[in-house]
Design a protein around this ligand. Structure first.
Ligand SMILES: Nc1ncnc2c1ncn2[C@@H]1O[C@H](COP(=O)(O)OP(=O)(O)OP(=O)(O)O)[C@@H](O)[C@H]1O
Ligand SMILES: [Mg+2]
Length: 593
C-alpha cells in the first residue's frame, strides 16, 4: 500500500464513533479528576508562558547589547532568564507526576469496569471470542492507552499551548512576518490528515494480528499434550512465528507511516525560515520599515521555539489515530449489553423444589441450525428424571438452558410455575448443584477447589463432601499442593470426583448430573453412586448418562434424538415398548456380558 495523496477513500480524521469513544472515556474516567486536570492545564500553560517571556526578555536583552550597551540591564535580563527556566524546570517535574497519577487512576478504573463487564457477558461471547483477544483487551490495550493519556496527551497539550502562546506573541510583534511563516501550515495539516488515515487502517490490522498471536500462544500452551503427541511442535512453531512476524511487520509499517510526519514539518520549517529571513532581512535593511535587528532575531528565535513543539504536536496527532482505534475497540465492549441478565422486576425463587417444565421450547445455537423446536418435558420436583440419547442429541443443552446459560428463543421454561426469566439469575443458579460434563478445576489445592463452590462452608463440611465423593484420601495426600493449570496434574476421574464433592458441598435443591461418573472405575462408581443416591433424596435430580444401568431407577426417563423427544416413561414402560430405549439398553447389556 503506497501513500496516495489523491486517494478518494480517505475517511474523516475523526469519525462519529471516535468522538463518541473519546467523550465516553473523558466523561467516565477523566472528568471525575477535573480539578487535577485543570491544574495540569494551568501548569502546562505556564510552561508556554515561560517561553513567551523568554522571547520578550531576549528581545530586550538584544536591544541592550545592540543599542545602549548598559551592563547593569544585561545582568538583570540574564538573571530573569535563568529564573524563568528554573520555574519551567519545576513545573516540568510536577506535571508528568500529576498526569501519570491521573492517567494511572483512570486506567485502573477502566480495567475494573472491564473486568466487571467481562464477568457479566453471556457465555456465548466466550464461545466466540478467543481468550487471547480477551487478554489483549484487558492487559495490553488499557496499558498502552494509559501511557498515551498520561504522557502523550499532556505533552501534546503543553506543545499545543506553547505553539499558541508563542504564535500569539509573534503575531502581535510582527504580523507580516508571521503571515509568511504561516504560509507552510496547510502542508502540515494535509500531511497530518493523509498519514492519520493510513495509520488508522494499519492499526486495525495490527490489533487483530496481536489478538491472533496471543490466542495462538494460549491455544498451544493449553493444547501442549496434543501438540506433543501429534508431533506438531514445528508446525505450531511456524504458525506462531508467522503471526508474530505479522505483528512485527504491521508495527514497522505504523512507525514508518508516523515517521513521515517529522520530515514534513521539517521541510515546512525550512520554507518558513527561508521566507522569514528573506522578507525580514528586506524589512530591516529598508529604512522605511521600523523592524530592527533585535526584532528579527527574536522573531526567528520565536519560530525556532515554536517549531519544536509544533513538530511534536503533529507527531502526536498521528499517533493519536492508533490510540483511537484501541479506544474504540474497548468502547465497543462497553456498548455490548449482555442479553442474559435480571429483568427489572425479577423475583426470588418462590418455590424451591417445584416442577421444572420445558414448555414448547425452541432453541438454536446459531441461526441456521435449530436444535430444539417445540420441546416439552416435565421434571417433577423431588423426583429423579433421566435424559438419555445419542451423542449430540442435546442433553447438555437442556441443562444449560435450565441454568440460563442461554435463553430459549421461543416457548418457556418454568420452575415451580414461574418462567425462569422472571427469576433473579443468582437465585435461579443457586438452585443447582451441578456435576458438569466438562469439569473446570482451578490451579489451587483440592481442598480450595471444593471449598470454592460454597465459600462459607466449614472445614468439616468440605471434608464430609470430599469423603462422600471418595476423594478424601487424595486430598490428604496432596495437601496444599495446587493441581496445575486446568487441573493437569490430576487424572480425569480425580477431577470428576472434585466436581462431585462440590455437588455434595453445595447441596442445592436441584442436583444436575451430566455424565457425572463416566470417568470412574466400576468399583468407585458404585460407591459414588450410592452416595449420590443419598444426596438425591428429597431433591429434584436430573441425570444424563450414557450408562443405561445408572438411569434405570429414575422416576421418569426421556429419550432424545437430534433435539427431538422420541420416547418417555419409566424403565419398565420403555422396555415394554421395545423401541429405541429398549434397543439401547439391550445393546449395552450385551456389551457387559
Ligand atoms: N456452544 C455451542 N455452540 C454451538 N453449537 C453447540 C454448542 N454446544 C453444543 N452445540 C451443538 O448442539 C448440539 C447438542 O449438543 P449437546 O452438547 O447438548 O449434546 P449432548 O446430547 O450433551 O451430547 P454428548 O452426549 O456428546 O454430551 C450438538 O450438535 C452440538 O454440536
Ligand atoms: Mg453432553
Amino acid at each position: 500500500m503506497k501513500l496516495n495523496p489523491f486517494a478518494s477513500t480517505r475517511g474523516p480524521l475523526f469519525t462519529d464513533q471516535d468522538k463518541e469513544a473519546v467523550v465516553w472515556f473523558f466523561q467516565s474516567y477523566l472528568w471525575p479528576k477535573a480539578r487535577w486536570l485543570g491544574l495540569i492545564v494551568v501548569l502546562v500553560a505556564l510552561q508556554g508562558l515561560v517561553y513567551r517571556q523568554f522571547l520578550h526578555l531576549t528581545e530586550n536583552g538584544l536591544r541592550v547589547i545592540f543599542d545602549k550597551g548598559a551592563f547593569r540591564d544585561l545582568y538583570v535580563v540574564c538573571a530573569a532568564v535563568f529564573a524563568l527556566f528554573l520555574f519551567r524546570a519545576a513545573t516540568s517535574y510536577v506535571t508528568p507526576r500529576l498526569s501519570a497519577w491521573v492517567a494511572g487512576d483512570a486506567i485502573f478504573n477502566l480495567r475494573a469496569d472491564l473486568i466487571k463487564r467481562l464477568l457479566n457477558f453471556d457465555l456465548s461471547f466466550y464461545e466466540k471470542t478467543p481468550t487471547g483477544e480477551v487478554i489483549l483487551r484487558l492487559v495490553q490495550q488499557p496499558e498502552g492507552l494509559g501511557q498515551f493519556v498520561g504522557q502523550g496527551t499532556v505533552n501534546a497539550l503543553r506543545d499545543v499551548l506553547t505553539v499558541l502562546i508563542i504564535a500569539a506573541y509573534l503575531i502581535t510583534q510582527q504580523p507580516w512576518l508571521f503571515l509568511f511563516a504561516l504560509a507552510t501550515a496547510p502542508a502540515i495539516l494535509w500531511a497530518i490528515s493523509a498519514i492519520s488515515d493510513r495509520i488508522k487502517k494499519i492499526q486495525r490490522d495490527a490489533e487483530q494480528a496481536l489478538g491472533a498471536y496471543m490466542s495462538g500462544i494460549e491455544e498451544v500452551a493449553n493444547g501442549m499434550r496434543t501438540v506433543k503427541i501429534a508431533g506438531q511442535e514445528s508446525a505450531e512453531e511456524n504458525r506462531l512465528v508467522e503471526t508474530s512476524e505479522n505483528v512485527k511487520n504491521l508495527g514497522i509499517r505504523i512507525q514508518a507511516a508516523q515517521a513521515l510526519m517529522m520530515p514534513t514539518v521539517d521541510i515546512a520549517a525550512a520554507f518558513a525560515y527561508m521566507l522569514v529571513i528573506g522578507a525580514g532581512g528586506y524589512l530591516v535593511i529598508n529604512p522605511e520599515y521600523d523592524l530592527d535587528g533585535a526584532g528579527l532575531v527574536a522573531f526567528l528565535l520565536g519560530l525556532v521555539l515554536l517549531f519544536d513543539p509544533a513538530r511534536r504536536a503533529a507527531h502526536f496527532f498521528v499517533t493519536l489515530q492508533a490510540q483511537l482505534v484501541i479506544l474504540r475497540s474497548i468502547h465497543r465492549l462497553f456498548e455490548m449489553v449482555p442479553s442474559i441478565k435480571d429483568r427489572p422486576n425479577a423475583i426470588d425463587v418462590p418455590e424451591p423444589r417445584g416442577d421444572i417444565v420445558f414448555d414448547k421450547v425452541d432453541f438454536a445455537y446459531d441461526a441456521e441450525h435449530a436444535l430444539f423446536s417445540d420441546l416439552s418435558l416435565r421434571m417433577k420436583g423431588g423426583q429423579t428424571t433421566a435424559i438419555v440419547g445419542s451423542t449430540g442429541s442435546g442433553k447438555t443443552t437442556i441443562l444449560s438452558l435450565l441454568a440460563r446459560l442461554y435463553d430459549v428463543t421461543d416457548g418457556q421454561i418454568t420452575y415451580g410455575g414461574t418462567d425462569i426469566r422472571d427469576l433473579k439469575l443468582e437465585g435461579l443458579r443457586g438452585q443447582f448443584s451441578v456435576v458438569a460434563q466438562d469439569i473446570v478445576v482451578f490451579n489451587k489445592s483440592i481442598w480450595e477447589n471444593i471449598h470454592y463452590i460454597r465459600p462459607e462452608a466449614s472445614d468439616e463440611e468440605v471434608w464430609a463432601a470430599a469423603e462422600a465423593a471418595e476423594i478424601g484420601d487424595l486430598m490428604r495426600r496432596r495437601g496444599a499442593a495446587p493441581v496445575g493449570p486446568k487441573g493437569q496434574q490430576l487424572s480425569g476421574g480425580q477431577k470428576q470426583r472434585i466436581a462431585i464433592a462440590r455437588a455434595f458441598l453445595r447441596a442445592a435443591p436441584v442436583v444436575i448430573l451430566d455424565e457425572a461418573t463416566s470417568a470412574l472405575d466400576q468399583k468407585t462408581e458404585e460407591r459414588v453412586m450410592l452416595a449420590l443416591d443419598r444426596l438425591a433424596e428429597g431433591r429434584t435430580t436430573i441425570m444424563v448418562s450414557h450408562r443405561m444401568s445408572s438411569v434405570m431407577g429414575a422416576d421418569q426417563i426421556y429419550v432424545l434424538e437430534s433435539g427431538q423427544l422420541v420416547e418417555q416413561g419409566t424403565h419398565e414402560e420403555l422396555m415394554a415398548r421395545g423401541q429405541l430405549y429398549a434397543t439401547m439398553f439391550d445393546a449395552q447389556r450385551a456389551g457387559y456380558d
